[in-house]
Ligand binder design. Structure first.
Ligand code: SAH
Ligand code: SF4
Ligand code: F3S
Length: 478
């Protein structure tokens, strides 16, 4: 089949950052009649990997497809369109996707007319897109993170001309508003407040796959939250790679602390936000978390390493001491929960550096942490560093770290024993029909005995058991 490469990914281009303002496009979806006719009652399957930004993109993709006329299926065999929405942050994330792409080959033999597409962060890398094109001819469509709104046109080309279509833009990205979306939950919603990232931590691919930092206008964010509240949503999570840097790219008198105040005034019951970068955390933001009742006492504050030399090589722009200053200020907020991300095995991380990371975990006693082994990402500055630490040693360090992290998670959870916490009841527990589950204000998963009629509501639960990853208890009447 012929290939129609409209534009191909280019990591060098993706690295560029200009001073020019970005465009905000209030989009109207353009859908050809022919595509409507083709897609009516055809079935789509969408599989999303990666972070909340990708999950939110997945909701937009689903919204666009259903506008075209597609209906959802979870059965790969019956899907007329399968889209894999991919993540590039670590090699194991990519390996999983390549496994899935391999499976699609067999399916295609049985269902020749089906269309298979790959999108998301992975295909923003030229090496990946070339590999897909050369090795997996059963993939019909590749599009990136900046052109989701072009799905109708791109699908139209695939269907109409039966060509392999590739369109991956490596520019810094725009903001596209007003796209349809099919939210995956009825109680909790993700709200993008910004796209992209300008931090360029030396190990990280995200600034290349997601483009320049672009903050949405406050009025667009607020109207989205107001609409969600009208639709019955109880909780919003404000999304950005560095929410604390919100507004720095806008010529407006706005920053993240002010945005928190504005979102709080919508009176949506619960507001969360991820991810916080220690570098941009101001006192005003800490005050906002402390004083605004509907801003939840939960902060995910990645430290990455407890060693100044490694932090400098990672390009994180703070020292351990600076991190601790912010951390300790946040800890003073009543009943706050703070989690983190940690990478072990950054190139040539010495034993001493790793021990410094263990030390900081002892000092902070985090409520939880995501822990990772460093994964080399082609095109990033850290990929040029030679590494002499064995895989075995990296795994040993990870195990030691996880053990410590779990110890403190349990210790923190035990402080809730006998306490009453507020839980948003999401439904029956996955493991036990008689048990309900939901999250506390601190983002702790709580499994409890309670009234099934309260699903979708905020209830009070008395905690009687604490584990490393969950709390258990019983609902009480107020
Ligand atoms: N913007 C967020 C995190 C985005 S990626 C922040 O800066 O905190 C989520 C996590 O993946 C990171 O915090 C980091 O711990 C991890 N990560 C990113 N790139 C990685 C890599 N190359 N190898 C291993 N872990 C990585
Ligand atoms: Fe990656 Fe650093 Fe940006 Fe987070 S802040 S997305 S780790 S470059
Ligand atoms: Fe992965 Fe892209 Fe998110 S690389 S972590 S899906 S921004």
């Amino acid at each position: 089949m012929k290939k129609d490469i409209i534009s191909a990914p280019d990591l060098k281009e993706a690295r560029k950052r200009s001073k020019e303002n970005i465009d905000i496009i209030y989009s109207d979806l353009v859908i050809e009649n022919q595509l409507f006719n083709y897609a009516r009652n055809k079935k789509y399957l969408l599989k999303t990997f990666g972070c909340q930004a990708n999950v939110r993109d997945g909701e937009t993709i689903a919204g666009i497809l259903e506008n075209i006329g597609y209906v959802l299926t979870n059965e790969p065999q019956e899907a007329d369109l399968i889209i894999l929405n991919t993540c590039a942050v670590r090699e194991n994330a990519e390996d999983r996707v390549f496994g899935e792409i391999g499976h699609l080959k067999g399916l295609k033999l049985k269902k020749k007319e089906a269309i298979y597409a790959i999108c998301g962060c992975m295909v923003q890398q030229e090496s990946i897109t070339s590999k897909i094109l050369s090795t997996y001819p059963h993939i019909d469509l590749i599009f990136g993170t900046h052109n989701i709104h072009r799905i109708p046109q791109l699908l139209f080309e695939v269907i109409n001309e039966r060509r392999i279509v590739v369109e991956v833009l490596s520019n810094q990205g725009n903001i596209i508003e007003n796209l349809p979306s099919k939210r995956s939950d009825k109680l909790k919603a993700f709200v993008n407040i910004m796209y992209g990232c300008d931090k360029f931590c030396t190990y990280c691919i995200v600034p290349y796959t997601r483009g320049k930092q672009r903050s949405r206008l406050p009025q667009d964010i607020i109207s989205e939250v107001e609409q969600l509240k009208k639709d019955g949503y109880i909780e919003v999570t404000l999304l950005g790679q560095n929410v604390n840097a919100y507004g720095k790219d806008l010529n407006l008198e706005i920053d993240f602390a002010k945005l928190l105040h504005l979102v709080s005034e919508t009176h949506i019951p619960r507001i969360r936000f991820v991810t916080s970068h220690p570098w941009d955390f101001s006192q005003e933001m800490i005050n906002a978390i402390k004083t605004l009742d509907n801003v939840m006492p939960f902060v995910h504050l990645p430290i990455q390493s407890g060693d100044d030399d490694i932090l400098r090589k990672m390009g994180r722009r703070y020292t351990v001491e600076e991190y601790l200053t912010t951390y300790n200020k946040l800890r003073q907020i009543d009943k706050i929960s703070i989690t983190t991300d940690i990478i072990v095995g950054f190139p040539n991380e010495s034993l001493e550096a790793f021990n410094n990371t263990l030390k900081i975990v002892d000092e902070c006693a985090f409520d939880g942490a995501f822990t990772f082994i460093y994964s080399k990402r082609e095109g990033t500055p850290a990929a040029l560093l030679k590494d002499d630490i064995s895989e075995e040693e990296k795994h040993r360090r990870l195990s030691l770290l996880i053990e410590k992290v779990n110890y403190y998670a349990l210790l923190r959870n035990k402080t809730y024993l006998g306490e009453i916490v507020e839980v948003l009841v999401e439904g029956k527990s996955k493991r036990n029909e008689d048990i309900l589950s939901g999250y506390s204000k601190q983002n702790k998963l709580v499994n409890f005995k309670g009234n099934i009629n309260n699903i979708g509501k905020l209830v009070k639960v008395k905690i009687n058991k604490a584990k490393s990853f969950t709390l258990q208890g019983e609902e009480i009447d107020e």
